[in-house]
Design a protein around this ligand. Structure first.
Ligand code: ITT
Length: 208
């Protein structure tokens, strides 16, 4: 079966590509690019779930009838910022801001936060649409803390500022395989795999 990723973010698509490959699922992971690109979506729902649904529906409208669609809305929620930047993570420093500009704004906003107030979590909300209906929604969280300066060049977004719980290094330093094992996206993906309604997403090994 074909599953189209409802994202214009190449880094997310890469992570899903790796996770699907590692899971050995019997699906062909396709990019929104194969449909001419991810349609523009105004992310105005105000919640991760709502924005995720907007993206899923936008791609569903142009995807082949029998294909599946997977959408991701995610972000970083910092204790010291009352959960911000949250749903605004991608546009924290303004519409069109680069990841580097968003990180710089976060460092500035957290400048005065003492170590015990630097807790944060990444959240990932997924919506999976089958050919006829919503098959499931899945939420993953990854807790950790925000450093006072960037470390590492792996990943994207806020990765170089975030040290996951029980780790010494940022997502910007950890290997992609390690991030794929513990991240918010990985946890939502695992829930999707284990959900009974997604039993059509079988792994090759399940099928033999
Ligand atoms: P799409 O809407 O096209 O999927 P996007 O990047 O705009 O791409 P979101 O609206 O979900 O996606 O915003 C997510 C932002 O949250 C992303 O741009 C990063 O700044 C941050 N983010 C999410 N997951 C992350 C991760 O795994 N590592 C680092 N930053 C992440």
């Amino acid at each position: 079966m074909d599953i189209f990723l409802a994202t214009g973010n190449a880094h997310k698509a890469e992570e899903f590509g790796r996770m699907f490959a590692k899971a050995g699922l019997d699906v062909r992971v396709r990019s929104a690019k194969d449909l001419g690109g991810m349609p523009y979506v105004e992310e105005i729902a105000g919640t991760f779930h709502g924005n995720c649904r907007l993206k899923a529906d936008a791609l569903r409208a142009i995807a082949p009838r029998k294909a599946w669609v997977l959408a991701d809305d995610s972000g970083l929620c910092c204790d010291a910022l009352q959960g911000g930047p949250g749903v605004d993570s991608a546009v924290y420093a303004g519409v069109g801001a680069t990841d580097a500009q968003n990180r710089a704004k976060l460092l500035e906003a957290m400048k005065k936060a003492p170590p015990h107030k630097r807790g944060a979590r990444f959240e990932c909300h997924l919506i999976l649409l089958g050919p006829n209906q919503e098959v499931g929604k899945f939420v993953g969280q990854c807790w950790g803390k925000i450093l006072e300066a960037e470390v590492g060049t792996e990943g994207f977004g806020y990765d170089s500022l975030f040290v996951p719980a029980n780790e010494e290094r940022t997502f910007g330093e950890l290997s992609p395989a390690k991030k794929d094992a513990i991240s918010h996206r990985a946890q939502a993906f695992q829930l999707m795999r284990s959900e009974e309604h997604t039993s059509e997403l079988q792994s090759h090994s399940d099928l033999v």
